[in-house]
Design a protein around this ligand. Structure first.
Ligand code: CA
Ligand code: CA
Length: 291
């Protein structure tokens, strides 16, 4: 992941053959985003010389090593096989964290919201790590197990947060990854009980009689048309565009194919179902495409 100056750029990947034949070089998943810093506490370079209040645990700010400035965050004296961690509770909404980590003779494991995210191996270089996370607040915990007694040669510096947005917009949404894209909210679930294409679609959860459920897509890319496939068997499904009811699609044994022209810009789409009986509604949404 590379930060670049705002604007247009040209990227060129060049390969020099070490032997004749087709090089074993592959390029995939090139993407672009627009990054804005998060307001709030941080970034954390520890140059004040003391531990910011968002951190807990027994690591200490000192000047024994640093990536930038004079200070970084450093584990305390440990006995062999002792474990030490520093935890950052970051309460501002963000979608990306970046940090510098030096971890020489010990591996350092990062937990995000209590779940192990990655273990960084011992290296003589500073790792530069950038991680995209779900929008919101998160808890980060860096944990080190001592391989010998003493202070681990582990240093953490330059922790920063930002919000990133894709430039050209995500989608189309066929749900074939098997999980809900972050642009969708609400209680609907991606599953393979029915689909228009592939194996998966988006499906309302279990409801009580007369319960309502909705899935909302906040699409921030500029577009002038939305198309989607909707199966709605025993229930009617109402589409709201930017909070205004657009249409109610009647129960049918066929998949509706719906194409709607919208004003140029960003829009919010909400599909709402009212349960006619308890259970999971026979409603499925697939192949949401924005043009
Ligand atoms: Ca520093
Ligand atoms: Ca699908």
């Amino acid at each position: 992941m590379i930060d670049v100056t705002e604007g247009a750029h040209t990227y060129k990947w060049e390969v020099e053959a070490t032997q004749s034949g087709r090089p074993s070089v592959y390029l995939d998943d090139v993407s672009f985003s627009y990054t804005t810093p998060v307001s709030g506490p941080g970034p954390y370079g520890f140059e004040d010389g003391f531990l910011p209040p968002e951190f807990s645990g027994d690591w200490e700010v000192d000047n024994m090593a640093k990536f930038s400035g004079s200070f970084s965050l450093h584990p305390p004296l440990l006995a062999t096989a002792g474990i030490t961690a520093t935890e950052l509770v970051y309460s501002n909404t963000h979608t990306q964290i970046a940090f510098r980590l030096y971890t020489r003779y010990n591996n350092t494991t990062l937990y995000i919201d209590g779940v192990p995210y990655n273990t960084y191996s011992g290296s003589t270089n500073w790792h530069y790590i950038v991680i995209n996370v779900d929008a919101g607040a998160h808890t980060y915990r860096w944990e080190v197990e001592a391989t010998q007694s003493g202070r681990p040669s582990v240093y953490l510096d330059d922790i920063s947060f930002s919000n990133t947005a894709p430039v050209s917009g995500p989608g189309p949404y066929g749900f074939e990854d098997g999980f809900l894209p972050p642009e969708f909210t609400g209680g609907w679930e991606v599953d393979n009980l029915a689909k228009f294409s592939g194996s998966f679609s988006l499906h309302p959860p279990l409801l009580a009689t007369a319960g309502t459920t909705a899935t909302e897509l906040v699409y921030s890319g500029t577009h002038t048309q939305i198309a989607f496939r909707l199966y709605t068997r025993y229930n009617n499904t109402t589409l709201y565009i930017d909070g205004v009811p657009y249409n109610t699609y009647s129960g049918s044994t066929n998949w509706h194919y719906i194409v709607i022209d919208v004003t140029e810009g960003a829009h919010t789409y909400e599909w709402e179902v009212e349960a006619t009986q308890g259970g999971r509604p026979s409603v499925y949404l697939d192949d949401v495409t924005l043009n």
